[in-house]
Ligand binder design. Structure first.
Ligand code: SAH
Length: 196
């Protein structure tokens, strides 16, 4: 298969916002992801009270699930609609505040304090703003990033994790000449070169 057929494709932030407005969000799943359940032990590695990062989080229900287990969750999502739907669909009260370091960005935090969702582009984040994480759940994130931005995305996320962290990555395998994506096809060899 030829991943080259997708490498010029660009989905703009505006297009993502439109998908949310139109309810064109087939990627969102009401049920927690079976691979997170299967590999939860790998993510936690015997630890409790972790800081777990959800890049390109949408309104992923796994954020609530891990928060209920006692972890603190930080997500980033460009769609404010998605962030608000997350809190309202789980009946979680939240507050909203500007992020001084990022112009136009807002941070939405559950009143209980354990779920913080940054509404901005992931490329605006840095460890000086969000700190470092013990774990990452990357589902619908690397595979949603425009192919030309993958290196930048991987370098950024690597910068946001502690030394002894675990990173669960879900990719999709299919013939990239048959679908334009997203989700994009990211070959195993590229994952090796991005993350080592
Ligand atoms: N991980 C989620 C959502 C996957 S879809 C899940 O598993 O359901 C990808 C999401 O990334 C969309 O909600 C889109 O609005 C968001 N997104 C796209 N580009 C982004 C960027 N540069 N920064 C932050 N969020 C982005």
């Amino acid at each position: 298969s030829d991943a080259g057929s997708q490498k010029e494709r660009v989905v703009t932030e505006e297009e993502w916002l439109q998908k949310w407005e139109m309810g064109n969000i087939g990627f969102h799943k009401e049920q927690g992801h079976p691979l997170l359940q299967k590999y939860l032990d790998v993510l936690l590695n015997g630890r409790s009270g972790l800081r777990i990062f959800f890049p390109l989080c949408g309104k992923a229900v796994e954020m609530k699930w891990l928060a209920d287990m006692g972890h603190s969750i930080v997500g980033v999502e460009i769609s404010e609609q998605a962030v608000k739907e997350f809190f309202s669909e789980h009946s979680l009260p939240y507050c909203e505040e500007p992020v001084p370091e990022i112009s136009g960005a807002k941070m939405f935090q559950s009143t209980s304090g354990n779920i913080s969702l940054y509404c901005c582009s992931i490329y605006d984040l840095s460890s000086s703003i969000v700190g470092k994480f013990d774990g990452v759940w990357d589902r619908g994130a690397l595979v949603a990033v425009n192919p030309r931005d993958r290196q930048r995305y991987a370098s950024l996320v690597i910068n946001l994790v502690e030394k002894n962290s675990s990173y669960l990555l879900v990719t999709v395998s299919y013939d990239p000449t048959k679908h334009k994506g997203p989700p994009f096809y990211v070959p195993e060899s590229e994952i090796q070169s991005l993350f080592g």
